[in-house]
Write a protein that binds this ligand. Structure first.
Ligand code: CR1
Length: 798
């Protein structure tokens, strides 16, 4: 095509294809090596991979950025312009999906043979817009302009069965066996994505499955040959991979979601066994070749699926199959909210996967026999531990199924793993303590430091060389520079430049003005009551109220820009009310001339990976303020600290480890600890007593209730206020004063810019532990036991 006529998108696609072509040789070589060596690999099964943009990461992995920029310039094209047209694949909700993306990046960089398996949703996480300050969801049509990073393989489609019933028959030896007679089926088409390691020649594969109708589909389901029905059948099948469930930390007990889960794990197991393993491979040796890591409960239906394959398709006996299945699965739990643990009604499983339900019953029967043998006479315990819940309806507890079957069970931060052992899965850990382990989460330094923060990266590399990009512990070499005034001032310049860049992005993206002279105070994460965005709102409202009432002179207020980024699950009423409140407070405060240059609230809609990469490097303060004992880990907290923001946070999730590493003096701790929370709750928490006792809190809540942020409409935020006063499940009011005090310490600390910058540098120098490379090494040591395999790049051409 003529360059003059090419659109920006055309040029972006051309560049993407050039880079991917370069990676192709390495991809093929990686696969060839694996076929040759047949070494142990890791399969990461995850319903979500929140990848973020691909172009920059590919340019970094191939070290082609400079060449690309130069050659484009020769053609009069700006690389920066091409970057901005890429639509990120939002195939995840938040932390869990982004973690999966960080992990596959690290596995490739560490040279570990591995494959990611998931779903190619046609629509990813919804696009968030605000209408009158309220969240309105729009479909995320991320494939609209083409997707140069994926490689569809329709010829490698696999069939997945659903429904029908089971029949008892006899096998050759006369033993009774169950046989699944499925009712309908769909096909899974694999779409492969390249997962390049950082400049090491390895390119692993992420294989996402897309659903389509089988040829015979219309006949099977609708038993009708007419055209409209046939098209309807097509749509029915395609619905399975149509859209990501926009839930985060709470499960959606929907039939379609179970279909999605089974669909992708059935495709993945079949693909691994029949295509990745050599023909005729003896599956008794499967544990030598693979660990299937279950990313939360979403892929747990893979357990009965493997049992079914081994028993029904391969004719193994139960014990043989169980022995192998036990060894190849391991389970990661990502939550502490009991209501977030997935359960599937047996009635639904009966309808959709009747054979799998039988297998689950048998697993449970054997397991309960073991429980009774270990704890004779303790029937209560057996009932508590049963994989099958009896009320409110009969249902399969997927977390229990995973725990009983998995070779290992891990939590995602030290505190989280401890609470899993002591509370959520206590009976299981009492019975099999050696099964439980911790792997603290991590984030990839490639995307979240090297790419997101070129200024800081340059500064670090100048000081200690570039080895930190793959060995993040080396950031500790920066420690002495925290006392070097020259370094501190350059560090400050980088932060200032990052703020300016963020301001530009906000202006271009949303027409929002950001005052780069202010402290950037950021709270970005899904909107959830346990994360306590409300506490942040009360802080802002209280400051505002104090200024308006004359209690606090405006000159005493540290100029801050409060940045929120948060999507609420579309059906989560309270979360959506809180979004409306944040926007309402934002409008009132921002429009008040008295607040100009002092307090500003910005809440860009549709916070995503792309925006995170611009915001995080610009932040001064990182808000990690969940009620202790609820945030499993958090990973945003790690990204902020690594980019030199100081954390204000509770003793929750990975905050605990961050604080231990950076030191109390470089972290603003507040709030009750987890045991304190437990005590307060079991003593009968009365939020209203805090309202009665605390004047500042009372005034802030009264101001919200007065209609001050809703044009005088008093009822507007009544549900929020009433909920806080009457219930307050997550102890916002109880932690309010402690939070305000900590924010006052933040102001004092920020006033001394030298000391603040020193703390920021120490945050960077001391948080190398949070590289996802380290997380991967921990998984390898404790769970996977796979070895790296290097790829020889010396003979490769571009
Ligand atoms: C947790 O809430 C954690 C991520 C990744 C989330 C968060 O604390 O950092 O997982 N859990 O481990 C989740 O999304 C469905 O559960």
């Amino acid at each position: 095509m003529d360059l003059l006529q090419a659109s920006v998108n055309d040029k972006y696609l051309a560049l993407a294809r050039t880079v991917r072509h370069y990676l192709m040789t390495r991809w093929l070589e990686t696969e060839r090596r694996q076929t040759e060596l047949q070494s142990k690999a890791v399969a990461y099964l995850s319903a979500e991979f929140l990848l973020g943009r691909q172009l920059d990461n590919s340019l970094l992995a191939t070290d082609l950025e400079e060449i690309a920029a130069e050659s484009l310039q020769g053609l009069g094209i700006e690389l920066d312009e091409l970057r901005t047209v890429e639509v990120e694949p939002g195939l995840g909700n938040g932390g869990l999906g982004r973690l999966a993306a960080c992990f596959i990046d690290s596995l490739a960089t560490l040279d570990v043979p591995s494959i990611g398996y998931g779903i190619r949703y046609e629509y990813g996480i919804f696009k968030q817009t605000f209408v009158d300050g309220r969240q309105v969801e729009q479909p995320d049509n991320w494939l609209e302009l083409g997707s140069p990073w994926e490689f569809p393989h329709p010829e490698a489609a696999v069939t997945v069965n659903f429904g029908g019933h089971t029949e008892k028959t006899a096998d050759d030896d006369g033993r009774e066996v169950s046989r699944w007679v499925p009712g309908w089926s769909v096909e899974g088409v694999p779409y492969n994505y390249m997962v390049p390691g950082y400049q090491n020649g390895r390119v692993n594969t992420l294989r996402l499955w897309s659903a389509r109708a089988t040829k015979a589909f219309d006949l099977q389901i609708f038993n009708a040959g007419d055209y409209t029905e046939a098209v309807r059948a097509q749509t029915f099948a395609e619905n399975i991979s149509k859209v990501l469930y926009p839930e985060d930390s709470t499960p959606q007990g929907k039939e379609l979601r179970l279909q999605q889960q089974y669909f992708f794990v059935a495709c993945s197991l079949r693909n691994f066994i029949e295509d990745v393993l050599p023909a005729g491979y003896d599956l008794h040796k499967l544990p030598e070749r693979i660990t299937f890591q279950l990313n939360d409960t979403h892929p747990v239906i893979a357990i009965p699926e493997l049992m079914r394959i081994l028993i029904d398709e391969r004719g193994w006996n139960w014990d043989e199959a169980w022995d192998v299945t036990n060894q190849v699965f391991a389970y990661t739990c990502h939550t502490l909210l009991p209501e977030a643990l997935e359960v599937w009604p047996t009635s639904l499983l009966e309808k959709l996967l009747p054979r799998h339900l039988e297998i689950i019953y048998r697993i449970n029967k054997d397991f309960l026999a073991r429980v009774r043998e270990t704890y004779p006479g303790d029937e209560m315990r057996a009932r508590h531990m049963s994989i099958i819940a009896e009320s409110p309806e009969r249902a399969v507890r997927m977390a229990y199924l995973a725990t009983v079957t998995g070779s290992k069970v891990n939590g995602v931060a030290a505190l989280h793993s401890q609470l899993l052992r002591d509370k959520v899965l206590k009976d299981f850990s009492d019975m099999e303590p050696e099964k439980f382990t911790n792997v603290t989460n991590g984030v990839t330094p490639r995307r979240f430091v090297r790419l997101a923060n070129p200024g800081l990266s340059g500064l670090i590399t100048e000081a200690i060389g570039d080895g930190w990009v793959t060995d993040l512990d080396r950031l500790s070499e920066l420690e002495p520079l925290a006392d070097d005034s020259g370094f501190l001032s350059r560090f400050r310049e980088v932060k200032a430049a990052n703020k300016a860049r963020f301001a530009d992005v906000m202006e271009a993206r949303d027409g929002i003005r950001v005052d780069t002279g202010t402290m950037v105070d950021a709270m970005v994460k899904r909107l959830h009551e346990y994360k306590r965005q409300m506490l942040k709102v009360l802080h802002i409202v209280s400051l505002y109220e104090q200024v308006k009432s004359g209690a606090l002179p405006i000159e005493k207020v540290t100029p801050r820009t409060f940045v929120f980024g948060a999507k609420a699950a579309p059906g989560y009423r309270m979360a959506k009310e809180i979004i409306a409140l944040i926007n309402a407070v934002g409008r009132t405060v921002n429009d008040d001339p008295a607040m100009q240059g002092r307090l500003t609230i910005v809440f860009p809609p549709n916070y995503n990976v792309t925006l995170a990469e611009k915001l995080i490097p610009a932040a001064d303060l990182s808000e990690q303020i969940s009620v202790a004992g609820k945030e499993a880990s958090g990973t945003g907290n790690m990204k902020f600290a690594l980019n030199g923001a100081l954390t204000i946070g509770t003793d929750d999730g990975a905050n605990v480890e961050i604080r231990e590493l950076v030191g109390d003096e470089n972290f603003f701790l507040f709030g009750m600890s987890e045991p304190e929370v437990e005590r307060v709750v079991s003593a009968g928490y009365e939020p209203a007593s805090f309202y009665d006792k605390n004047a500042a809190l009372r005034r802030a809540l009264d101001l919200i209730a007065s209609g001050a942020f809703s044009d005088g409409r008093r009822g507007e935020f009544e549900p929020i206020v009433a909920n806080l006063l009457e219930q307050d499940r997550f102890l916002v009011l109880a932690d309010f004063q402690s939070y305000m005090d900590a924010q006052a310490r933040v102001d004092t600390a920020y006033a001394d810019q030298d000391a603040w910058t020193r703390s920021a540098v120490l945050n960077v120098a001391r948080t190398g532990f949070f590289s996802s490379d380290r997380s991967m090494r921990d998984y390898l040591d404790r769970i996977w036991h796979a070895e790296p395999v290097s790829i020889d790049v010396s003979s490769m051409q571009g």
